[in-house]
Write a protein that binds this ligand. Structure first.
Ligand code: ATP
Length: 409
């Protein structure tokens, strides 16, 4: 079987036979558009039971996943969890030890990188210093066989420069560009070959915080404009949350949970995911009763909490270790004299620290029962009420429905 990538589509060539055409022996193939499953959600990338071992190290461990065509998908996880290896398996720089990788419905195992309809943008841009911006961007086209004409290359380079908002920069040397502009050249160089999927390995890591934020918005806009699948590798949860349609959270080579940013934030299946996606307060304890849907947990300090487990989480059993998760923005602060709604969980605390972060302030509250509790207070609330200062004795409270019961792993 062979793959043919043309007109932005991947075709499968199979069942070859030799025919005699006017005295010449020709090879004839049956050609099918890849991924004709009839599923309305077109799957661009698929892993089926993929494992990648480097000697003793299992970098990717029996991973199965699908990435929808035209979506923005991210691999998120700490250093060494197998994100880059997963990307390299899609790009073809590595081959799986076990399992199968599909692009557009066709297996690509054994197919070299340059024959796959994907392109990769690296963290260190890898631009050619001896070429100007246009030459860098047109590089991929000049390597093609047959090579497009000079006019075609120039036209495509101009279109791609416009796509990444760098029109007029074609004759600049790459060292004369800012970090963000160099990043856009790297993107343009990867896009000019019109891949069906763009692979981005920590593409914004070298940029400062403000530029990173700007480029996150630009990348998201670009992805919507060009409509191709983007697969991002990052350990920055804010980056993944702000740009992705779907995120896959990895740990030690395995997928722990995948879903939309909101699903992962609101329904993390365990402590690891909740901790990785956003900030959370965790109060450890033990399950004392399992109801439907609510689980009762006694915290290590003796408090009893009742709350549901997130959808899809492995069911907890009585006696197992669990934790209560409360997001810091779900916690209110008030002076001890103020009344608190009847059912709310309220505890006394003392303000230890306040960090002003622009749109909100982050407070660290010391409590006897739970240790230090993080509270996020939006600016709108702070300007209506008075804000609190280190040393203030206050009450913190949250509504019972703010509580999630999670497995303590
Ligand atoms: P980071 O965010 O630090 O880039 P990552 O999640 O992308 O990490 P990978 O680069 O995929 O992680 O590595 C996963 C594991 O595989 C790590 O333990 C790493 O040391 C190991 N590994 C990766 N490449 C190789 C290799 N070529 N040879 C041996 N081990 C490797």
């Amino acid at each position: 079987m062979h793959l043919l990538h043309t007109h932005g589509r991947l075709f499968v060539l199979q069942n070859s036979r030799t025919i005699d055409f006017e005295g010449e022996q020709c090879t004839c193939w049956r050609i099918e558009l890849a991924n004709q499953s009839g599923d309305s959600r077109e799957i661009d990338i698929e892993f089926r039971g993929v494992t990648k071992r480097y000697d003793e190290v299992v970098a990717v461990d029996d991973v199965s996943l699908t990435v929808e065509r035209g979506s923005f998908f991210s691999f998120l996880g700490p250093s060494g969890c197998g994100k880059t290896t997963s990307l390299r398996l899609i790009a073809g720089f590595d081959q799986p030890t076990e399992g199968d990788v599909f692009i557009g419905g066709a297996s690509v195992v054994g197919i070299p990188p340059h024959k796959r309809p994907v392109n990769m943008v690296f963290q260190q841009y890898a631009l050619f210093p001896h070429m100007d911006v246009s030459e860098n961007i047109g590089y991929g086209l000049r390597q093609r066989d047959p090579k497009p004409t000079k006019q075609e290359i120039a036209k495509r380079v101009d279109e791609t420069l416009e796509m990444v908002r760098l029109s007029g920069y074609g004759k600049r040397r790459v060292w004369e560009l800012s970090g963000g502009q160099q990043q856009r050249v790297a993107l343009a160089r990867a896009l000019i070959n019109r891949p069906t999927c763009l692979l981005l390995d920590e593409p914004l890591a070298a940029l400062d915080r403000k530029l990173r934020r700007e480029m996150q918005i630009e990348l998201q806009t670009l992805q919507r404009e060009v409509g191709i699948t983007f697969i991002l590798v990052t350990h920055d949860q804010e980056e993944a949350l702000s740009m992705s349609d779907r995120i896959c959270i990895m740990r030690e080579g395995q997928i722990i949970q995948s879903g939309s940013p909101r699903e992962l934030y609101d329904e993390p299946i365990n402590r690891y995911v909740a901790d990785f996606v956003g900030k959370t307060n965790f109060f450890s304890g033990e399950v004392i009763d399992v109801g439907d849907p609510d689980i009762t947990v006694k915290s290590n300090s003796g408090q009893v909490f009742v709350g549901p487990q997130p959808k899809g989480a492995p069911l907890l059993v009585s006696g197992s270790k669990a934790c209560i998760a409360v997001r810091p923005e779900m916690i209110s602060m008030s002076t001890t004299a103020e009344t608190i709604n009847g059912n709310d969980i309220a505890i006394q605390g003392r303000v230890m620290n306040r960090i002003f972060l622009g749109e909100h302030s982050e407070y660290l509250i010391a409590t006897e029962e739970y240790g230090d509790v993080l509270v996020l207070s939006p600016k709108s609330i702070e300007s209506m009420n008075r804000s609190f200062a280190p040393g203030d004795n206050i009450s913190i409270s949250w509504r019972p429905e703010a509580v999630l019961v999670l497995g303590d792993t």
